[in-house]
Design a protein around this ligand. Structure first.
Ligand code: NCD
Length: 314
């Protein structure tokens, strides 16, 4: 694996929140911010001319895959996609490692999403080119967490010392598993708001507490929202439930709408990795603190930064 303490991201994999220090995160955000400004003027920043990204997505994706592809093309590079599993030798029983070895012969960097936790590391171990984890099962989603931090920085003008409520499916949600570890580095305080059955895994809660973060677990969204600067909503991850009857019990547990926000009587910033099902009513979309559409746009700048950095172009 091409991980480790960074300094420079050149040649490294992006697999897990725990590989990032506060300085690393700030370095990625700085490059993303430069790209954001430059892109506005130029439309393309051709640092990756002649380089190819492979996108291997074994699970559904709209934002992550398309923003990776947009990011590579905005950097002047090219993209090849594995496409649906039925169309590749994966359907003939080829292993993930062999598929990645193949792709590494044709391309310079891989972005992968896969239903199995730990699969991104498995891919990274099989090849010499950088592998970027676009979500591995219920495990990690580091590029999302970095774009979430970048969004918070832009919206709040800081990521330090904030109170953040993470709401919804904290058990299966890989976005919150990753984001909480990054925000803990910035001295944030957390409310974990979920039904009892979907609590944050104990090892993550105790790890962020060990890092010095204050964490309060509650089922009461209003109470947490009253104390928070940022509300990070998540979708109940239906596809991760073994028993759909269990899903039925918890779906729709937390819903934010305009009336809820009005009642709160204070301003709050609302993030969501998207897709949303019903956790945020569309009547919230015009609320000034509704940052989730701006958040998805930020994904392009963060993924541009990561691609350029692992390729040694920044
Ligand atoms: C998230 C994911 O895939 O983990 N989506 C995303 O990448 N923007 C969240 C989700 O699917 O609920």
């Amino acid at each position: 694996m091409k991980e480790g303490n960074m300094g420079s991201l050149k040649g490294k994999d992006i697999l897990h929140a725990n590989q990032f220090s506060k300085k690393d995160i700030e370095a990625v955000m700085k490059v993303a911010s430069e790209f954001e400004k430059e892109l506005k003027k130029k439309g393309v920043i051709p640092l990756m001319k002649g380089k190819l990204l492979a996108t291997l997505f074994f699970e559904p994706s709209t934002r992550t895959r398309l923003s990776f592809e947009a990011a590579m093309q905005r950097l002047g590079g090219g993209v090849i996609a594995l496409g649906p599993v039925e169309g590749s030798s994966v359907s003939k029983g080829e292993s993930l490692a062999d598929t990645c070895r193949t792709v590494a012969q044709y391309t310079d960097v891989i972005a992968i999403r896969h239903p199995k936790t730990g699969s991104a590391k498995e891919a990274a171990d099989a090849v010499d080119i950088p592998v970027i984890n676009g979500g591995d099962g219920t495990g990690q989603h580091p590029t999302q967490a970095l774009l979430d931090v970048y969004t918070i920085q832009k919206e709040m003008k800081t990521v330090k010392n904030l109170t953040v409520a993470m709401v919804g499916d904290l058990k299966y949600g890989r976005t919150v598993h990753t984001l909480v570890e990054l925000l803990a580095l910035f001295n944030c305080k957390f409310y974990f708001v979920s039904p009892g059955a979907l609590r944050m895994p104990e090892e993550i809660t105790s790890h962020v507490r060990q890092q010095g973060a204050s964490v309060e677990e509650t089922e009461d969204l209003r109470k947490a929202a009253l104390e928070s600067d940022v509300i990070y909503m998540t979708r109940i991850q239906k596809e991760r439930f073994q028993d759909l009857a269990e899903y039925e019990k918890v779906k729709g547990s937390y819903i934010i709408d305009a009336a809820f926000l009005k009642n709160l009587g204070k301003d709050v910033t609302i993030l969501h990795p998207l897709p949303r099902v019903n956790e945020i009513n569309p009547d919230v979309d015009s609320y000034p603190g509704a940052a989730y559409f701006r958040q998805m746009r930020n994904g392009v700048f963060i993924r541009m930064a990561l691609l350029a950095m692992v390729m040694g172009k920044k």
